[in-house]
Design a protein around this ligand. Sequence first.
Ligand code: ATP
Length: 256
Amino acid sequence: MNTALLSLAHLEKRYGGGRGTLALQDMSLEVGAHDFVSLLGPSGCGKSTVLKMVAGLLPVTSGRITWQAGTAASAQDIGFVFQEPTLMPWASVFDNVWLPLRLRGVSRASAQARVEEALQAVGLHEFAAALPRELSGGMKMRVSIARALITRPKLLLMDEPFGALDEITRSRLNHDTLQLWQQHGFTTLFVTHSVFEAVFLSRRIVVMAARPGRVLAEIAIDEPYPRPEAFRHSARFGAWCAEVSAALHAADDPHG
Ligand SMILES: Nc1ncnc2c1ncn2[C@@H]1O[C@H](COP(=O)(O)OP(=O)(O)OP(=O)(O)O)[C@@H](O)[C@H]1O
């Protein structure tokens, strides 16, 4: 694998003190530069907790998060895409994407070329003046991705970004996410409940279980990129999905 961008060592998270929920137990993971790693598991296995700790939004209870020298975990190095697009409803697509630069003091005029480039990258260059309510769910998510990438982060954190979309839009955004990832060279840490989505996208899948949140297995999806749509319908895809599903169900929780 490439040099590690980020390494998680024996991470643990307990919410609410000594007797609180053990949200994550003993998670270790190396994320390489330009890696695509998915965290896959049922609700409550601690996937969002991991992303929030990596983003520095939540303190770890124990364990360590280490960044490769020279890639300090500043907000500038990390882009975050949530399940909800979280756009400002009163602001145009352009102004939503400009926001992270604006917060850094970059004027609208100076940001123009970069915002246009980001909108072009997600296929929304004709919608710069539109308001969020004029867009479909998939288009709103594209705006959210453009906003996350506008600062050219080294690491893109995606927390179930396509879970609320219809299947066709979801497939298209899977494809476009891989294209952006290949073109721009950032690292992606992606959270999903979907075995199919994890297999289609990832170089590696971290399979997790709940109560307590923990890692069950790490599976490398040894398939070349770019991954064409035909990959989804191939026997190899089916075999990967079967392997990942088996790992996921190894810890079947009768109360789950
Ligand atoms: N702020 C909090 N306070 C207390 N418990 C929390 C908090 N946030 C999450 N938890 C608990 O920690 C565990 C892991 O939650 P987390 O949201 O990380 O899981 P997840 O795998 O992302 O779930 P989902 O797929 O439903 O988003 C769950 O049991 C959850 O109830």
